[in-house]
Design a protein around this ligand. Structure first.
Ligand SMILES: Cc1cc2nc3c(=O)[nH]c(=O)nc-3n(C[C@H](O)[C@H](O)[C@H](O)COP(=O)(O)OP(=O)(O)OC[C@H]3O[C@@H](n4cnc5c(N)ncnc54)[C@H](O)[C@@H]3O)c2cc1C
Length: 396
């Protein structure tokens, strides 16, 4: 067994670190202005292309970087240190778009990989959050196409997206189905753009879809495949959230450590006060454990786990890493004292930024339910063992 990164992975991490350092220069502006101007966004896009980190999750033959899940985690672990969700500047089209037909790929996916068009994923509704089976958005067959109606909430990047991936129920059978919906179509409108705890680089608007006419060629995957494809998206996103939480916690701890070694109170650096040292020690242990788990699951995800087990292990990584980041960033803020509570402190921003990681892509409670369900159905062994060789029905 070899835990070391290969030279290509070290080089990949260097590129992610270089990009992260450049994007970090935008943090204060993003916080002050509640977003970035078009010039800064264009500059960021140019730097992302320069470092070859666009669409890391998409195949190289389509213009993506073709990274394995493990290599994507290397990148996301570094980007996770950015505040104001600037990691989301580094576009990574939803993996659901892998289900595009050839024609859809030309129209939606290839421009999304190149950063010319942006996607957003619209599942949640006023009455359907943790339980997506409660969605009421409908797609009614009319002529050769569909008319979509419904309301979608919390649509991340909906303000800058060019098209939405919408989950709706095809009538009359109620088949859950994903649709590719251009944002500029008649009937698509933004109802409200709420403010949130974090100062995210983009917004999470609420959309109204009113009798939006689309062709049958806008079905993504197949009629009835909506939940399954959405689940694949959740699995990838949960692992990436786990990785970014590790990055966020590492940055907070590094800032708190530098401060604790130089800040003198009661005639000595505060790191020498054992209560402060203990907070740093507990945080270092928390991060090291979670880094190991997230890397393990990402390694297993590359062909070593069947879909169900990968679903449960991604839930383990997301649950534990997001809760770890909450503990660590909270402690780091405490170590910084009043300075940690100022908005110009990256730790204060991380404190607000990472809270959502226990809510979106399935709350901590939902992750626990997934893990408990796996234990009930298949026992503990497969969850706790590290998967060895590639299984025949591997997920990817
Ligand atoms: C900033 C932000 C961005 C988001 N981006 C997107 C996006 O891009 N696209 C999208 O579709 N959605 C998005 N979401 C929505 C997100 O996925 C939901 O908020 C999340 O799934 C929880 O749903 P809910 O908020 O409706 O809470 P609810 O489902 O109403 O849950 C409320 C509480 O009840 C608990 N609960 C629910 N069911 C159970 C149960 N069976 N057992 C125990 N506890 C339970 C929950 O854990 C939670 O604590 C985003 C949310 C936020 C906050």
């Amino acid at each position: 067994m070899d835990f070391s990164l290969e030279s290509s992975q070290l080089e990949l991490r260097d590129r992610a670190e270089a990009l992260t350092a450049e994007l970090m220069t935008l943090e204060d502006r993003c916080e002050a202005d509640r977003g970035l101007d078009t010039e800064s966004l264009a500059w960021a896009a140019e730097r992302i292309r320069h470092h070859r980190l666009n669409a890391i999750n998409m195949p190289a033959q389509w213009g993506g970087q073709g990274l394995s899940t493990f290599d994507q985690v290397i990148v996301q672990s570094v980007l996770g240190g950015l505040t104001n969700a600037l990691w989301d500047l580094v576009w990574r089209p939803a993996n659901a778009l892998r289900h595009c037909t050839d024609a859809q790929r030309e129209r939606f996916l290839l421009p999304a990989i190149l950063g010319e068009r942006r996607d957003c994923f619209a599942v949640t509704e006023p009455d359907a959050g943790s339980d997506p089976s409660r969605i009421t958005s409908t797609a009614t067959r009319v002529g050769g196409g569909y008319r979509i109606s419904g309301e979608k909430w919390f649509v991340t990047t909906g303000d800058v997206a060019d098209f939405l991936i919408v989950l709706a129920l095809v009538q009359p059978e109620g088949a859950p189905t994903l649709f590719l919906v251009d944002k500029d179509l008649p009937g698509v409108s933004i109802k409200r753009t709420p403010r949130y705890m974090h100062t995210f680089v983009f917004e999470h608007p609420e959309f109204i879809l009113e009798d939006v006419a689309i062709g049958a060629e806008c079905v993504l995957g197949a009629v009835g495949a909506g939940y399954d494809i959405t689940k694949e998206w959740f699995v990838e996103e949960r692992l990436m959230i786990g990785a970014r939480c590790v990055g966020a916690a590492r940055r907070a701890l590094s800032i708190a450590t530098d401060f604790a070694r130089t800040r003198v109170q009661f005639d000595r650096p505060i790191v020498e006060h054992q209560l402060v040292g203990a907070m740093l020690a507990d945080s270092a242990v928390d991060i090291a454990l979670m880094q190991a788990l997230v890397h393990q699951v990402a390694w297993e995800a590359t062909g070593r786990l069947d879909r169900k087990l990968l679903h449960a292990k991604a839930a383990m990584a997301k649950l534990s890493a997001s809760e770890m980041a909450g503990r660590v960033v909270d402690r780091c803020l405490q170590v910084l004292g009043g300075r940690g509570y100022m908005r110009d402190s990256a730790v204060e921003r991380l404190y607000r930024d990472i809270r959502v990681d226990r809510i979106w892509e399935g709350t901590s409670e939902i992750q626990r339910i997934i893990i408990a369900g796996e234990i009930a159905k298949r026992g503990l062994t497969s969850l706790l063992d590290i998967a060895g060789s590639a299984s025949p029905d591997a997920a990817r």
